[in-house]
Design a protein around this ligand. Sequence first.
Ligand code: G3P
Length: 227
Amino acid sequence: MLLVIDSANIESIQDLAECFPVDGVTTNPAIITKEKKPFLPLLKEIQSIIGKERMLFVQVLQEYAEEMVKEAVYLKEEIGGNLYIKIPVTAEGIKAIKQLKQQGIRTLATAIYTPMQALVAAKAGADFVAPYVNRIDNLAGDGVQVVRDIVEAFDRCQLPCQVLAASFKNTQQVHGVGLAGVHGVTAGPKILKSLVEHPVTESNVKQFVEDWKLFYGEACDSVIHTQ
Ligand code: G3P
């Protein structure tokens, strides 16, 4: 399962890229503007941290297909590397995805709320679809079930499109989409870190150290210093 950071915050990306097995970074206009930095230099800085081989997802702003395609081509030329263009799954977005597929530019269809949106985007040639799990839950839907339905539909129709679930507010949602067979998740730094946090694990680790020092003494704070 792919693990992707949904953030444009340099410090968080640096921290996670160092300690977690991350596969890339997703951004969107809201995530980018939060950083209050010039757009392209920020993306290039993110790419220099994660490396050109890891995936970087950048969203277009335009409403109409022709302009979306122009933006995508510009981003591809300026940023390069393992870049995916995020396209909202509107009718114009689907048109843009089809054209970008023909031009060999890879896309992720974003703002997905239903399995049908995902199916149409995949058939148009999207490499990824991003269902918004928590936003679906907030609309009294079932985000995990939508992801499960998309994964199953892609499987049955043998569509070579991957599901990168997005919009998480807790680890239970990540757990749920994992069991549903999702291909990847993109989540904020706090959620990603919480995937390995457990208070009992912390207390176990403390106890191991205390047991060690009780026998070998305070000075033996590492196996290297223990005679
Ligand atoms: O990648 C899409 C994502 O950023 C939406 O998440 O947390 O704003 O619902 P959120």
